[in-house]
Design a protein around this ligand. Structure first.
Ligand SMILES: NC(=O)c1ccc[n+]([C@@H]2O[C@H](COP(=O)([O-])OP(=O)(O)OC[C@H]3O[C@@H](n4cnc5c(N)ncnc54)[C@H](O)[C@@H]3O)[C@@H](O)[C@H]2O)c1
Ligand SMILES: [Mg+2]
Length: 344
C-alpha cells in the first residue's frame, strides 16, 4: 500500500483551501471536523492514522523506566496483519473511533479488540492491556487525557448500541462521533456529566474533604454532580451547603478537565470564599467521611510529597496527583497565599 504522508493527507482533507491566515491549530481543527462530517474522507484518513488499541476498555501500554507507562499507537497495516493472524479481519478496523490529531498532524483513532484473545494480542503487540484506573496516573500527562477520551468514546459505543425509543440497533458514522437509529431516526451524541469541583477558602485556610473510598490520608476539594436546571454557581453553593453546611460567596471559575472516573465527567474547577466568622464545618457523613480546614503550611508540605504513598509510607496529608484538577486548584490557592503573604 502506498503511504500518504499524514500531514499531506490531513491538509488535503480540509474542505476549503487553507489560506495564509489559518494557523496550524485552526487547520487541524477544521480538518478533524471534516473527518466527522464525511465518512469517505474519514475512512481514507483511518488508513494512515495512529490507532490506540484497547481490550475491554483497557488501553495497550508498555512499561517504561521508573514505573511509568507509555501508550503504544500502531499503524493501520500493523493492526490488520495482527487481526488476520488472530482470526479476525480488516473489517474490524472500521469500528475505529476518531479521537484527535497530534501537533505533528497525525490523525489518531482508537479501537477495542475485546473479542480477541488478550494473551495472544499482548504477545503479538509487546505490550499489556492495563486497567485505566491503574494506568492513568502513571501515564505521561500528555497521553493520559487522550486515552481517557478514547476509553470514554469506546464505552459510549458499547452502551449505545440500541435506540432507546424503538429498541432497534443504532449505527455509528465512520468517525464514531455520533450514532443514528436505524431508518435515520434519532441521532445520539456522546454523553458526559458536568461536575463542579470547588476549593473553598476562608482567606487563610482551605477546606478539603475525604470520601471513605479515598486512600488513607487523602483529602481533596469538594465535588458534586450538576443537577438539571442549575447554573455552575448554584451547583457550587448547593454542594458546599449539602456536604459541609457552609454558605459560599465570591465564586470564581478557574479551569476544567475531562475526568474518566467512574464515567465521563466534565470537571468545572472553581474557587469560593466563606466568611471566617461562619466557617464552622458541619459534615454530612452520608456524603463525606471527614472535611477539615488546612493551613497554608500543611498544604505546601503536602504539595511537596512525591510518591511516598506508593512506597507504603502514608504522609499525614496526601493530595490528589497532578493529573487531577483538584491538585491544580490547591496549587493555585497556595500560590495566591504565597503572593498575599509576601505583600503583607
Ligand atoms: N479530577 C479531580 O480532581 C476530582 C476530584 C474529586 C472528585 N472527582 C470526581 O467528581 C465526581 C463527583 O464527585 P462526588 O462523588 O463527590 O459527587 P456527589 O457529591 O454529587 O455525590 C455522588 C452521588 O451523586 C449522585 N449523582 C447525581 N448525578 C449523578 C451522575 N450524573 N452520575 C453519577 N452519580 C450522580 C449519585 O448518587 C452519586 O453517588 C466523582 O466522579 C469523582 O471521581 C474528581
Ligand atoms: Mg461530593
Amino acid at each position: 500500500m502506498m503511504m500518504v504522508h499524514p500531514v499531506k493527507f490531513l491538509l488535503s482533507a480540509a474542505k476549503r483551501p487553507l489560506t495564509r491566515c489559518c494557523s496550524a491549530f485552526v487547520s487541524r481543527i477544521r480538518s478533524l471536523n471534516r473527518l466527522k462530517e464525511d465518512d469517505d474522507v474519514c475512512a481514507e484518513a483511518l488508513q494512515h492514522a495512529q490507532i490506540f488499541l484497547f481490550h475491554r476498555l483497557s488501553p495497550l501500554l508498555q512499561s517504561s523506566e521508573r514505573g511509568t507507562f507509555r501508550a503504544v499507537p500502531l499503524m493501520y497495516s500493523d493492526i490488520r496483519a495482527i487481526l488476520e493472524r488472530l482470526g479476525s479481519d480488516e473489517a474490524k478496523l472500521k469500528e475505529s473511533v476518531l479521537i484527535g490529531c497530534s501537533e505533528q498532524n497525525q490523525v489518531q483513532f482508537c479501537l477495542d479488540v475485546g473479542e480477541l484473545d488478550q494473551v495472544a494480542l499482548e504477545e503479538a503487540l509487546d505490550g499489556t492491556f492495563v486497567d485505566l484506573k491503574k494506568g492513568f496516573f502513571v501515564l505521561r500527562r500528555s497521553e493520559a487525557p487522550l486515552l481517557a477520551k478514547a476509553q470514554a468514546l469506546l464505552r459510549w459505543h458499547l452502551t449505545t448500541g440500541f435506540c432507546s425509543a424503538t429498541g432497534r440497533p443504532t449505527c455509528p458514522n465512520q468517525a464514531g462521533s455520533q450514532r443514528v437509529g436505524s431508518g435515520g431516526g434519532t441521532i445520539y451524541y456522546p454523553q458526559m456529566s458536568p461536575v463542579v469541583i470547588v476549593l473553598v477558602s476562608d482567606g487563610k485556610r482551605c477546606l478539603l474533604g475525604r470520601q471513605p473510598s479515598f486512600p488513607p490520608g487523602m483529602y481533596s476539594a469538594l465535588a458534586g454532580f450538576c443537577e438539571l436546571g442549575e447554573s455552575l454557581e448554584e451547583t457550587v453553593s448547593r454542594e458546599v451547603a449539602e456536604e459541609v453546611g457552609l454558605e459560599v460567596h465570591n465564586i470564581s471559575y478557574s479551569s476544567s478537565q475531562h475526568w474518566p472516573f467512574p464515567r465521563s465527567s466534565l470537571m468545572l474547577g472553581c474557587h469560593a470564599l466563606v466568611s471566617p466568622a461562619h466557617s464552622q464545618v458541619n459534615v454530612d457523613h452520608t456524603e463525606l467521611e471527614d472535611a477539615r480546614w488546612f493551613t497554608f503550611h500543611e498544604i505546601t508540605s503536602a504539595l511537596q510529597v512525591k510518591g511516598l504513598w506508593s512506597r507504603g509510607h502514608a504522609p499525614p496529608l496526601w493530595l490528589p496527583p497532578k493529573h487531577a484538577i483538584a491538585n491544580r486548584l490547591i496549587t493555585e490557592w497556595a500560590e495566591l497565599q504565597r503572593c498575599s503573604q509576601k505583600a503583607d
